[in-house]
Structures are given as structure tokens and as C-alpha cells.
Design a protein around this ligand. Structure first.
Ligand SMILES: Cc1ncc(COP(=O)(O)O)c(C=O)c1O
Length: 400
């Protein structure tokens, strides 16, 4: 067996199952889960219709690069959303959701012979760690700082770590923090990338769910604003899963540095990760439509506007820049909070410490997710409000 498999950590939801194994949820309340970050708004009818109308595509093998019309639809969306000109022939590639792409990109980029490091934010989307480990690299976790809107403290990375770094993952908007990386932070990251030669993977799958009038800055958009129109050493990852409520369709794309995407296409050809022709057609329809995205965003905005005022008096929680999570500070242990909440009110939340690894602060190890829980507001507004009301009662009863 591949010995690297034994380095993988249990996925947070596996740890959650173990945490709850001996908990008896209060049967008087119907179960509500805020645990899993899976979009639950309905899939737009026109996407389902496009899938149904494209079934003839089942009769042919797809090319790994996708049909030109799909790459053009992706490039068109990049132009409209970020005002950037990406060449659909060389700077755009369809992927089967961003998860597999975030994973396989590390397998493409990492040279395991060089004692490589992959730098990840902490807390982080768990795929980064598995991707780094299976590529033969050492993950290095950099804490997010609550007092700086959960920005990642990139300057805390020692030079000897940067000099071994081959890849960094940036998550903007962040999961679980919801923080968007501003232009100054991108400038710093590009400087570091130029100095140390590492590649930046920018995970942007929550970019269309935001709460202010200002759409989140994208990595390629930041690069273009700073005059880096070749997107050197930068690839962004995006997805229809959250934007268009199609997590089961498995559709996204990557865009950026043409030289990196050429190698990524080569890797993917052997890996066998071409997108189904049926999904390609539905994806073209989805990327070309913005009306459903505006309506979806409005639904999240309304939900957050109704849930937050309930929770804010009892928890350390605020409106994120973007995404569909609340990243709430709780009193004491996050795992004890999650267990007691399930037992007493049948509401599931994810302990923040399960999404993070030990980082170091003034030389002392600490887990930047501990003392926080992640709540995914993916259900309909009424269900999220009911969960919030139960959480309020729970916190108040704990305090007494
Ligand atoms: C930060 C982040 N990146 C990527 C993904 C993967 O999404 P998908 O593979 O559906 O595009 C997720 C899914 O929850 C996520 O939270």
C-alpha cells in the first residue's frame, strides 16, 4: 500500500460521529443540522432541463479539456464578474467540482524529492491537508487572526519554511471564517511567491454568496489589478456547487497561469477526470445565467439578516464577508458545546477545533479553531431561525 495513506487524518465528520456516539439527542425536538456545508436551496429548473436535454452526450467520451463552448462560457463569466481577460484555449480548464481539482493540482505541482512544504490557512478546508500529504509534502498551518477579520498571518511563516514551500492554498471567501482576502494581502502573497517561487492555489468556491454591495475580490482580479496579467504562478478554483445549488452535478473550473494549466491538463488526461458531456452542456447554461445567482444570494442575505440578531446577544458572532457559515465563539470547549447542544436541543454544529490543527503562538501550541463552532446556514430560513432560537435557549440555560 501507499504508505502516505496512513498519514491522512480522520475527516471532521468522522470525528463528529465519534463525538456524538454516546449522545442521546432530545427526541422532543426534531433534528436540525447546521453541521455540513452542503447547499440545500433548490437546483434551478433550467439547469435540470439542460441536463435532461443533453443526454445524447452519454454516447461519447469527453475530452479532458472540455468543449470550447464550455471554456468560452467560463472565460465569459470571468470577464463579466472580474473584468479579466482569460484565454479560453490556454488559461481555463473544466474540473469535476473544485474539490477534486484542489486535490489533483497538488499532485501535479509538487516535486516530492525536494522536502516540500504546502502552506495552508488554519482552520482550513480539509482537502488541502490530504492533497499535501498524498503528494509527499509536509503541510504547514498558518493561523487566522480573529482580531484582523480572520486574516491569515502569512508573515509568521519562518523563512526556512518559505524556502521549502512549493504550493500555498488561499481560501477566499474563507471556509469557515467567511473572510475575503483584500488587495494588500494579495500584493504580499505575490511578493512572497516571486521571492520563493511557490505556486498559489486560490480556492474561491463561495465567491457568489456575499453580504455587502461589494462582490468579493478574486485572486485573478487582484493579480490583474497589480499588473500581473499573465497570472504567473497563480490558479483560481471555482465551482457551480454553491453558486448554482448543484453540488451533485460536480462542475467547476480552474483558471490562471497557462504553463501550470498545461501540466495540469496532462496530469488530468492520465488521471481520467474529463467532465461528462451532459454536465458540460448544463454547466454552459449555468455559467451564462446570472439571474438565479442574484436570487440565491438574496435568499442567503435574508437568512443571515434574520438569524444573526437572534444569536448576537448570546454568542461572539458577526456577519461574515461572504460564504454561508457563521464562525461563532462559544464559552469553554467547542466539543462540549456541540455535545450538550445536540443532547438538549437536537441541533448539530461542527466544533471548530476539528477544522484546525495546532499552530504556534509565542512558541506555545494552540488550536485556532478551539472555542468556536461552525454553523452552516444552508437550510431554509425558517429552519435556520428555529435552530438559532434553540441555540439561544441553550446558551442562556448554560449560563444559569
Ligand atoms: C473551501 C471549499 N473549497 C472547495 C469545496 C469543494 O466544493 P465543490 O467540489 O463542490 O466545488 C468546498 C466544499 O464544501 C469548500 O468548502
Amino acid at each position: 500500500m501507499n504508505p502516505l495513506l496512513s498519514r491522512l487524518q480522520p475527516y471532521p465528520f468522522e470525528r463528529l460521529r465519534q463525538l456524538f456516539a454516546d449522545v442521546q439527542p432530545n427526541a422532543a425536538c426534531r433534528p436540525i443540522s447546521l453541521g455540513i456545508g452542503e447547499p440545500r436551496h433548490p437546483t434551478p429548473a433550467f439547469i435540470k432541463e439542460s441536463l435532461a436535454a443533453s443526454l445524447a452526450g452519454l454516447a461519447s467520451y469527453p475530452a479532458t479539456a472540455g468543449v470550447p463552448a464550455l471554456r468560452e462560457a467560463c472565460a465569459g463569466w470571468l470577464q463579466r464578474r472580474y473584468g479579466i481577460a482569460a484565454d479560453p484555449a490556454t488559461q481555463v480548464l473544466p474540473v469535476n467540482g473544485s474539490r477534486e481539482a484542489l486535490f489533483s493540482f497538488a499532485q501535479t505541482v509538487i516535486d516530492p524529492t525536494g522536502d516540500p512544504v504546502v502552506v495552508c490557512p488554519d482552520p482550513f478546508y480539509q482537502i488541502y491537508e490530504g492533497a499535501a500529504l498524498l503528494a509527499g509534502a509536509q503541510p504547514y498551518y498558518v493561523a487566522t487572526e480573529p482580531q484582523r477579520n480572520f486574516a491569515v498571518d502569512w508573515d509568521s511563516v519562518p523563512p526556512e519554511v518559505w524556502s521549502r514551500t512549493q504550493l500555498i492554498y488561499v481560501c477566499s471567501p474563507g471556509n469557515p471564517t467567511g473572510a475575503v482576502v483584500p488587495l494588500d494581502e494579495w500584493r504580499r502573497l505575490f511578493e512572497l511567491s516571486d521571492r520563493h517561487g511557490f505556486v498559489i492555489a486560490s480556492d474561491e468556491c463561495y465567491s457568489e454568496i456575499y453580504f455587502s454591495g461589494q462582490a468579493p475580490l478574486g485572486g485573478l482580479e487582484a493579480a490583474a489589478q497589480l499588473g500581473r496579467t499573465d497570472f504567473r504562478n497563480l490558479v483560481m478554483f471555482t465551482s457551480l456547487s454553491k453558486r448554482s445549488n448543484v453540488p451533485g452535478m460536480r462542475s467547476g473550473f480552474v483558471a490562471g497561469d497557462a504553463a501550470l494549466l498545461k501540466q495540469f491538463l496532462l496530469y488530468r488526461t492520465y488521471h481520467g477526470s474529463a467532465m461528462s458531456p451532459v454536465v458540460q452542456q448544463a454547466s454552459i447554461a449555468a455559467w451564462n445565467d446570472e439571474q438565479h445567482v442574484v436570487a440565491n444570494r438574496a435568499q442567503y442575505q435574508e437568512k443571515f439578516a434574520r438569524v444573526l440578531p437572534l444569536l448576537q446577544p448570546v454568542l461572539d458572532v458577526r456577519l461574515p464577508d461572504a460564504g454561508f457559515y457563521l464562525w461563532a465563539g462559544v464559552d469553554g470547549s467547542d466539543t462540549a458545546f456541540a455535545r450538550e447542544l445536540l443532547a438538549q436541543y437536537n441541533v448539530t454544529v461542527l466544533p471548530g477545533s476539528y477544522l484546525a490543527r495546532d499552530a504556534s503562538r509565542s512558541g506555545a501550541p494552540y488550536n485556532p479553531g478551539s472555542g468556536r463552532v461552525r454553523m452552516a446556514l444552508v437550510a431554509e430560513t425558517a429552519e435556520c431561525m428555529e435552530a438559532a432560537q434553540r441555540i439561544v435557549q441553550f446558551v442562556q440555560s448554560r449560563a444559569n
